[in-house]
Design a protein around this ligand. Structure first.
Ligand code: EPU
Length: 419
């Protein structure tokens, strides 16, 4: 298994570009199933999760082509096998995103039930309840969801809890339903608005995405379009925290600054100076040690759970004590034990972590457990004395494009060790 070797102590300085957002791209790839034609994507990030979604669509009969400008075109209009098998779903929970589009377009879907994962039990009951309200029949057997429907019918749906992929799944399904669907208590994440934007460019009629009420007027069919995947706000946030940790100074291009406000506000409180222009953000760390900042994760516009592990490392090096509350997933502190092995002082109690900042940590061999936990271990390695070896980095390759290249470019000493 490949590993990352980091020799800590370098100050990050320089200028990098943000890649396309994984969590925007995955539902968009699933949305091609709704289309009668080809959809072309620019700026798709080169990530394992994207490859897995390609494999899934390809296994069902989609045609995927890459042109000389590195744009991908996908035709999912003649799927022959309406099943998402366990072997693929178990490697990527976001496979559930094909459920709504398949039932809406083909009237049938058989999808392996995603199990729990390292960060929590992550059920899909909100997706299934909403799909039933659109008129689908759902059977759960042998570890699979089997959904059937004639044409879906618009409905007034109130989600019992806020779910990002659940909102996306049902918003996609409702695009081809007969009549009007209203979705209440939905996720307001920018990735939901991006998906609505793509669907509208394909001819859907969606209003309100980005607020807690989305209205969709069903249409008969959707047509081809070309779409540029927006920048990954979590990738940008991760590099900002990395720079703040090392006392550095960086600029990140190709971003939409407004989407980062919840993270930027906390970074400012931790002592960073942050400046924006229309499509870039610059950070300069003014403190030798960060100021501790309490964090409470929440659905957008709250502080993103996907930045909790990384920000915890900043707090772990801060001059004082802080509290981190994880309110989205029930088990997202797997990084804490590994960080403590490096010398951090973090104790957890239920969904809360108390972090007593330390001045120094030391490199160690550590193991990644999920995507954002891996990122936090790499960030810790950047400030630890000596060498840190991060194992199981296939997690990082799911969601960060060329992380060692980008960090090296900023001055970090980081190398990928072959398996
Ligand atoms: N939940 C339910 N029932 C459901 C759906 C969700 O109880 O039917 C619960 C979950 O167990 C969780 C909470 O609701 O406690 C929120 O889960 P949500 O459904 O919003 O998460 P998700 O859609 O599965 C997406 C991102 C995650 C990100 C979360 C929260 C994608 C592909 N994944 O997951 O990204 O953490 O929203 O913002 O968009 C990551 O990139 O590292 C990552 C895990």
């Amino acid at each position: 298994m490949e590993k990352l070797l980091i020799k800590g102590g370098k100050v990050l300085k320089g200028h990098i570009s943000c890649s396309g957002a994984k969590n925007a791209a995955l539902p968009m790839l699933a949305a091609t199933i709704l289309n009668d034609d080809e959809v072309t994507f620019k700026n798709l990030p080169y990530l394992q999760d994207i490859t897995t979604m390609f494999e899934l669509l390809g296994s069902m009969g989609a045609k995927i082509t890459l042109d000389e400008s590195m744009d991908f075109s996908i035709s999912s209009n003649k799927l022959v096998d309406l099943e998402a098998r366990y072997e693929l779903v178990k490697t990527m929970r976001a496979s559930i995103l094909v459920l709504g589009p398949m039932v809406a377009k083909y009237g049938y879907a058989k999808i392996a039930l995603p199990g729990g994962c390292a960060i929590g039990s992550r059920p899909v009951n909100f997706h299934l309840d909403a799909l039933k309200q659109l008129g689908a029949s759902i059977d759960l057997k042998n570890g699979y969801i089997e959904a059937k429907a004639d044409r879906l019918k618009g409905a007034d749906i109130v989600f019992d809890g806020i779910t990002v992929t659940g909102t996306e799944n049902i918003m996609m399904a409702a695009c081809l339903a007969k009549g009007t669907t209203t979705l209440r208590n939905v996720a307001m994440e920018p990735e939901v608005s991006d998906l609505a934007d793509l669907l509208n460019k394909m001819g859907a009629k969606i209003e309100g995405a980005g607020s807690d009420l989305i209205t969709i007027n069903g249409v008969e069919s959707l047509h081809s379009t070309i779409y540029t995947i927006p920048a990954d706000r979590i990738e940008a946030g991760t590099y900002l925290v990395a720079a703040a940790l090392t006392g550095g100074e960086i600029k990140i291009d190709s971003i939409q600054p407004k989407r980062l406000m919840n993270v930027v506000d906390r970074l400012k409180l931790s002592g960073a100076q942050i400046d924006f222009d229309e499509s870039s953000v610059s950070l300069k760390m003014n403190k030798t040690r960060p100021i501790p900042v309490d964090i409470f994760t929440a659905p957008f516009p709250g502080f993103p759970t996907d930045m909790q592990a990384q920000f915890s490392v900043l707090n772990a090096m801060a001059d004082g004590t802080s509290k981190v509350e994880e309110n989205v997933f029930e088990n997202r502190f797997m990084h804490v034990q590994e960080l403590n092995r490096m010398g951090c002082n973090i104790s957890t109690n239920g969904n809360t972590a108390e972090i007593v900042g330390v001045k120094e940590i030391s490199g160690a061999q550590v193991m990644a457990t999920d995507l954002r936990a891996s990122a936090s271990l790499i960030l810790a390695g950047l400030v630890a004395s000596g060498e840190t070896v991060v194992d199981r980095i296939y997690h990082i390759d799911r969601g960060y494009e060329r992380i060692e290249e980008k960090l090296s470019y900023l001055g970090a000493d980081i190398t990928r060790l072959p398996s």
